[in-house]
Design a protein. Structure first.
Length: 192
């Protein structure tokens, strides 16, 4: 496997961030942006992806640069297959995919960051996956706070995931450590 311990110059950071956003959109929500197809497990062919980036978006990106963008993504959103021929997003899909995640026992508590308007609604009706593949939960307060801060002043929710697990709710852990479940009823949520 190619060594991906590369250093990014300051000049390339904006370009990398823009490409990472585009990859998120394509690999999680709208593969039609580039005219590619994701397989049933969310994988896209890297050669085709790089070609379509060039011909559709006029982005000249090589495999090494793609690896650098993946390695420097602060959310570890993407993964390259062991054979280095395919790429996919770790979670967050709004298109139907089977990430082949195994059911796992969650920690006793998980966290979710949101904003006050959403928190009020969540406390009444719970958390639902809506148009996403799953509800996303963090293992630590810091990450959940960062997630909530993306849309305003963060409100932190403590999820009683251990109790949910005992009550039969299913949990999965993505390759980048995000915990996933289909829903969180209000009785398992506390505002911190």
């Amino acid at each position: 496997m190619m060594s991906r311990n590369l250093i990014m110059s300051a000049d390339d950071e904006k370009r990398a961030k823009d490409i990472s956003r585009l990859l998120s959109a394509v690999l999680r929500h709208k593969p039609e942006i580039l005219g590619i197809e994701l397989d049933k497990n969310g994988w896209a062919n890297i050669t085709e992806l790089l070609e379509k980036l060039y011909y559709v978006k006029e982005i000249d990106l090589c495999y090494t640069e793609l690896c650098l963008i993946i390695d420097t993504n602060d959310k570890n959103r993407f993964i390259i297959s062991d054979d280095e021929e395919r790429i996919r997003a770790n979670q967050g899909h709004s298109v139907p995919v089977d990430l082949e995640l195994k059911r796992q026992k969650p920690p006793s508590f998980l966290y979710h960051g949101t904003v006050i308007k959403a928190a009020n609604k969540i406390m009444k009706s719970g958390m639902k996956k809506m148009n996403r593949h799953a509800v996303h939960l963090s293992v630590d307060v810091e990450t959940a706070t960062q997630v909530g801060a993306r849309r305003g002043v963060p409100i932190l929710l403590k999820i009683f995931s251990g109790a949910m697990h005992v009550d039969g709710f299913k949990f999965y852990k993505s390759a980048n450590g995000v915990w996933l479940t289909d829903e969180v009823p209000p009785k398992y949520i506390k505002i911190l």
